[in-house]
Design a protein around this ligand. Structure first.
Ligand SMILES: Nc1ncnc2c1ncn2[C@@H]1O[C@H](COP(=O)(O)OP(=O)(O)OP(=O)(O)O)[C@@H](O)[C@H]1O
Ligand SMILES: [Mg+2]
Length: 335
């Protein structure tokens, strides 16, 4: 049994999987919306109590059986970089990293947790070894651990969100871009063979779209949120007013996604063939066809449960929300 818990800034998602042959079967899943908490701003542990209570409730309602979990760290809290080494052994790479780490990581090393993973080892001696470095401030990680502990959970592993979604949507051997359209941020990962190669967190998710509607249409936030979810970017609704209101923040995000893809393509000299979108905002009416027109690559809505075995009935029930569970499924799939 393995459990993935994705504590987002607007919703909390949980998924429990069991091993079934080579793959996984779904045991339970659940989602709860809340007013949100920015953990970076939390000063005292007691501020976490309501969130911990919510997580406890979510586990009970979703009938999650295990209390040992993998949790994710928001992409905006982590620093990700790939580094190329000459053809060294694993041991030599560890040693080289030890000496050179402060060149790569922008956080003081004594305040950071750093992990590395070998992504590729070329047979061609001149090409060498590609290593992924991930670093985060230990103070942020500790807050997530404190929250989980308060909710009665035992944390087995912590990883950044795009590592988790790469496991789900980035299995293929050609690079794909995975875009997690959340509430506070839009995160772009480029992945292949289940591994993350590039990460970028762009400020401005669903919340900034709602804000733009509030300002442009001069309506209440609740109404704006409802309009956004029901009509989104559809051309034939509300005289295109929503489309016009959201165009500016959306443009900014799309330009940043394009820049991220171009950067990867020029650095790695390989092309991104497909863009997979996930996260709550990915479900906005009209967004997919808007993106299809914007990008030269194929754009699809990610189905987090595509490779998970579950009954047809449950698959139908869950299908409207399956783009929301990428991080949680990826966490639960972690070895
Ligand atoms: N049908 C929909 N149309 C448009 N937006 C939607 C829809 N459903 C949900 N959203 C938006 O998705 C966002 C929540 O998505 P998600 O659950 O992925 O966020 P999160 O994980 O809590 O946020 P983050 O990852 O940024 O911390 C909210 O901004 C919400 O307004
Ligand atoms: Mg999220």
């Amino acid at each position: 049994m393995s459990v993935g818990l994705d504590i987002g800034s607007k919703t909390i998602k949980v998924v429990e999987l069991t091993k079934e042959g080579e793959g996984f079967a779904l045991k339970g899943s659940g989602i709860v919306a809340y007013s949100g908490v920015s953990l970076e701003a939390v000063k005292e542990e007691k501020e976490l109590v309501p969130v911990a209570d919510l997580i406890r409730k979510l586990f009970n309602e979703a009938k999650i059986s295990s209390r040992s979990v993998n949790i994710s760290l928001p992409e905006r809290f982590v620093f990700v970089k790939t580094v190329n080494f000459p053809s060294l052994s694993d041991h030599e790479i560890e040693a080289a990293l030890k000496w050179q780490l402060d060149q790569y990581i922008p956080i003081p090393l004594e305040e950071a947790v750093v992990q590395n993973k070998i992504l590729e080892r070329s047979n061609n001696i001149s090409e060498g070894v590609k290593v992924l470095l991930v670093a985060a401030r230990s103070s942020y990680i500790e807050k997530y651990l404190a929250l989980a502990e308060m909710a009665g959970l035992k944390v087995l592993a912590v990883e950044n969100e795009l590592i988790s979604v790469s496991r789900v949507f980035g299995r293929v051997s050609e690079p794909v871009a995975i875009v997690n359209f959340g509430s506070l941020s839009v995160d772009v990962g480029i992945a292949k063979n289940g591994n993350l190669y590039f990460s970028r967190s762009i400020q401005g998710g669903g919340e900034s779209l709602t804000r733009a509607i509030v300002q442009n249409l001069r309506i209440e936030a609740m109404q704006a949120e409802e309009y956004k979810k029901s009509y989104g970017l559809l051309e034939d609704k509300l005289d295109r007013k929503l489309l016009q209101a959201m165009e500016f923040p959306l443009r900014f995000v799309l330009d940043e996604i394009k820049k991220a893809i171009q950067y990867f393509e020029s650095e790695e000299r390989s092309q991104v063939k497909q863009i997979i979108i996930c996260g709550g905002t990915a479900g906005m009416p009209g967004l997919l066809s808007y993106l299809v027109k914007e990008f030269s690559q194929e754009v699809i809505l990610g189905d987090s449960f595509a490779n998970i075995s579950l009954s047809e009935e449950l698959r139908k029930q869950i299908s409207d929300y399956s783009h929301l569970y990428g991080v949680a499924v990826g966490l639960a799939e972690r070895e």
